[in-house]
Design a protein around this ligand. Structure first.
Ligand code: F58
Length: 818
């Protein structure tokens, strides 16, 4: 325990006076929040350089660097208080000072430096690395504006800027001393010096990369504080001089400043399509180059040769966004450290590993050669050389396979294929669920799989069960700990000890009570925010995630339209009252998905105000889905909608968060749903729809006719027609959706899966009415959820990819002295 209550109170009051010059009771909530964060940081000695804290020995431990353009860390205060084992002490201490901890927690900004699954995954992974005692550092961008805030106005999404740094962000520490220069544009002069070709990058545009560090505190592991390093782009101080002020070109100087600042200005809100913009490439090179320079500087402090580099450093690239690590590391080794190509290449490949998160073709990054050449001329030269050598080697190995070389080359048709660069330049390529990895091996990257079968492996995603269960669902956590002890917090697989309770009626009733309580909490939130009353004893059927055609929120709302039609016709229909809840953001330019939000909100308006339904059905679209809201939603769910077109969702992670909170998955056999089904058994999950191989066969060979589905099922025809026949208002709002289903032959098989989806939903609805059977299945989901913890995933990465040790026996925070 780092504090007892009285010593905490004393320390807090002193800290507040030191910062504000007055007593806490005179301060604002923000000031009180900041004083608490500052106090925690000081107590944990976080202000020391994270790197020196973690490694004071002369012989460096192997470090893992997790490079990602996105880290969706959410709020930290409450979670860190739990991890430090002091939440109760702090809460009580503050209460005695007349301060409500909840008010301070509310002051914190939800740091939204990510779009969705990929960004949240990196935050969960840093969390588990800290917990497991792995020296693991995150490397990303300190965006001035995080993911936009979503408002729903007249049923439409409106985007507002997320100015999360408006006040100071007290967790971060600016480390000006570690600033580095990243060079863009210019040209490369080649000179032969003593018979060796030497490269000089000249007339470049210098960009200062200034690091800000955020501590990563794992549960109980107070000796290992990891670091998330986020880079901010700044012009060099004398920018006016540097550009051309001396020559009187003031406007050019101003342009330079804004071009530089643009690099860390905003997180790209595209979650599934690649934004082929120059600025995005500049972001990618910026944080890659800055991060690598830190790694090299630190490595050189402890080592005098690079030969052992790959034994001391693992660099993980989260999707292809940091794939420029490959040529940049080569550049550093060759141009700055004087290594030859072969040695540099060996070390680079042995150091870097790569995770792919998507098979959607539109999300696979490609850069036009011209852009790369003009923004990063030296990097482009190196990519060209990697490509040339790769082609040459393949030609030697497989002279007869010209196609293979063309399909796998890095540069083709004037484009640089980043996934190819990542595969060729790394020692490990992993997918994020078994099915996804199989699709990578047999379809998307199949040629590479024949060349480098040994590089491919699966690492099924995991989520932080301490954040999404322990913190998010305190009542359930208490019930679990009272029954099976607290081991599950550190060993998620211990949740299996709950399984014997599946036949314990008293326990199941308590479980149902906890769920009811969590539903009340969400119902109150909905009432406060939207002034709509929902019945907490109705089924909460929830789909929250980014809105995208392949995730098929459309299928869900068509099901609701169908149900509404039927209910109106037959008010005595035996369906248990249900509240349908949606949440999620759409990329601002993605019109189709925006019209799906409008369809949901249009139906919500209609259904929620229809007196004929007697409140049996409600539809809610919760605006601004983010990590904090997610923490309230998962614990309140009965049904977890995971209904993507089979093969398209690489893994999904929301499915795991719902499961850990005892919701039943209604889903397709896609992504990690396949493994969830295997874990819980067929009787504890509801599966429907086409299988991945069926979908892929249709994609490959054709044969699907959405029109036939529409014609042959009157209930389906009716809801599809309602999109355009004036039933939903006179505007032509949903014509695009209608056409996607019929004229464009329904790319995501919404019509094809409609029948089995609605049938399965109805069975689930019936099942819910058997309270004990339902609760027992919920419990199986919780008990089997442990394997989907990010601790398990990170142990697999540590064992198979990074080759770093981790701690298995971790004491709880209470058992440590400070
Ligand atoms: C997601 N990808 C996958 N990408 O869709 C999901 O199945 C998986 O569970 C998750 O990664 C974690 O592995 C995802 O979120 C993005 O948001 C990218 C952002 C940048 C542009 C391309 C998509």
């Amino acid at each position: 325990m780092i504090w007892l209550k009285d010593s905490f109170k004393k320390a807090y009051v002193e800290k507040f006076i030191e910062i504000q010059g007055s007593m806490p009771n005179t301060g604002t909530s923000w000031e009180k929040y900041r004083a608490l964060v500052v106090l925690i940081k000081e107590k944990m000695k976080i202000s020391q350089a994270a790197e020196s804290m973690n490694d004071s020995s002369p012989d460096q431990e192997k470090q893992v660097y997790y490079f990602s353009l996105e880290f969706l860390i959410g709020k930290l205060l409450s979670y860190y208080l739990i991890n430090l084992g002091i939440k109760d002490v702090v809460q009580e201490g503050l209460e005695e000072l007349g301060i409500d901890l909840e008010d301070l927690i509310a002051e914190e900004n939800d740091a939204a430096l990510g779009n969705g699954g990929l960004g949240r995954l990196s935050a969960c992974y840093l969390d588990s690395m800290a917990f497991l005692g792995i020296p693991g550092q995150g490397n990303g961008i300190r965006y001035k504006y995080g993911l936009f805030q979503q408002k729903i106005v007249n049923g439409f999404q409106v985007e507002l800027p997320d100015n999360w740094l408006k006040n100071e962000y007290p967790w971060e520490m600016r480390k000006s001393d570690n600033t580095v220069v990243v060079k863009f544009k210019g040209h490369v002069r080649t000179e032969s010096i003593k018979g060796k070709l030497t490269f000089f990058h000249e007339d470049y545009e210098p960009v200062l990369a200034v690091p800000y560090d955020i501590p990563m505190l794992g549960y109980g592991n107070l000796n290992r504080i990891n670091n998330l390093r986020l880079w901010s782009a700044e012009p060099i101080k004398d920018d006016l001089d540097w550009v051309s002020f001396n020559q009187g070109d003031y406007s050019k100087a101003v342009a330079y400043r804004s071009e530089v600042e643009a690099i860390s200005y905003i997180l790209y809100p595209e979650d599934s399509s690649h934004a082929g913009r120059e600025l995005r490439l500049r972001q990618e090179y910026f944080f890659t180059a800055a991060g690598l320079s830190t790694i090299i500087r630190y490595f050189k402090k402890k080592n005098n040769s690079f030969s052992g580099f790959a034994r001391k450093v693992a660099i993980h690239i989260n999707d292809t966004h940091p794939a420029l690590c490959v040529p940049e590391l080569m550049r550093i080794f060759m141009d700055e450290e004087d290594l030859g190509w072969d040695e540099a290449w060996n070390i680079t490949v042995n150091t870097i590993s790569f995770t792919n998160h998507t098979i959607l073709p539109e999300a696979l990054e490609k850069w036009p050669v011209e852009i790369m050449k003009s923004q990063c001329p030296r990097i482009y030269m190196i990519i060209e050389e990697i490509d040339r050598r790769y082609r040459e080697e393949m030609h030697h190995m497989h002279p007869e396979k010209r196609d293979l070389i063309e399909h796998t080359a890095i540069i083709r048709d004037g484009q640089i294929h980043m996934a190819h660069l990542a595969v060729i330049g790394s020692n490990s390529v992993n997918g994020v669920a078994e099915l996804h990895t199989k699709i990578l091996k047999t379809q998307v990257l199949k040629d590479f799989y024949t060349i480098y079968p040994y590089k491919f492996n699966n690492k099924t995603n995991g989520v932080s069960h301490r954040r999404f269960l322990l913190e998010a669902n305190p009542d359930l956590s208490r019930l679990i700990s009272e029954s099976i002890g607290e081991d599950w917090i550190r060993q998620s697989e211990s949740l299996e000890k709950l399984l014997p309770y599946t036949s314990d009626t008293a326990f199941l009733e308590k479980l149902a009570d906890v769920k009811y309580h969590n539903k009340c909490r969400l119902a109150n939130y909905i009432n406060d925010k939207m002034n709509i009353q929902v019945d907490p004893s109705s089924i909460f059927d929830i789909q929250v995630k980014r809105i995208h055609a392949y995730k098929r929120q459309l299928l869900n709302i068509l099901k609701i339209m169908d149900l509404y039609n039927r209910w109106r016709e037959d008010p005595s229909m035996d369906i248990y009252p249900t509240t349908f809840i949606f949440g999620g953001k759409v990329a601002p330019g993605y019109q189709y998905a925006k019209s799906i939000i409008k369809l949901i909100t249009t139906m919500a308006q209609r259904i929620n105000t229809d007196p004929a339904l007697g409140g049996k059905m409600k539809v809610i679209f919760l605006e601004n889905f983010n990590v904090s809201l997610a923490e309230m939603i998962y614990p309140a769910a009965d049904i977890s909608e995971q209904i993507s077109t089979a093969s398209q969702e690489a893994s999904g992670t929301g499915n795991m968060k719902f499961m850990l909170n005892g919701a039943i998955t209604l889903g397709t056999l896609d992504g990690a749903n396949v493994e969830i089904r295997r874990a819980v058994g067929d009787e504890n999950i509801a599966i429907f729809g086409l299988k991945a191989n069926e979908v892929m066969n249709y994609y490959q060979w054709g044969g699907y006719k959405s029109w036939e589905e529409y014609q042959n099922f009157p209930r389906l025809k009716r809801v599809v027609d309602q999109l355009v026949d004036g039933s939903l208002g006179s505007s032509n709002e949903f014509a695009g959706i209608y056409e996607s289903l019929l004229r464009d032959n329904d790319q995501y098989f919404v019509l094809k899966d409609f029948r089995s989806y609605t049938d399965t939903w109805q069975k689930v609805n019936l099942w819910y009415q058997h309270k004990l059977s339902w609760a027992s299945s919920c419990l199986v989901n919780i008990g089997k959820g442990g394997v989907f913890s990010s601790d398990r995933a990170i142990k697999e990465y540590a064992d198979d990819i990074w080759h770093v040790p981790y701690q298995n026996e971790i004491p709880g925070p209470q058992e440590q002295s400070g």
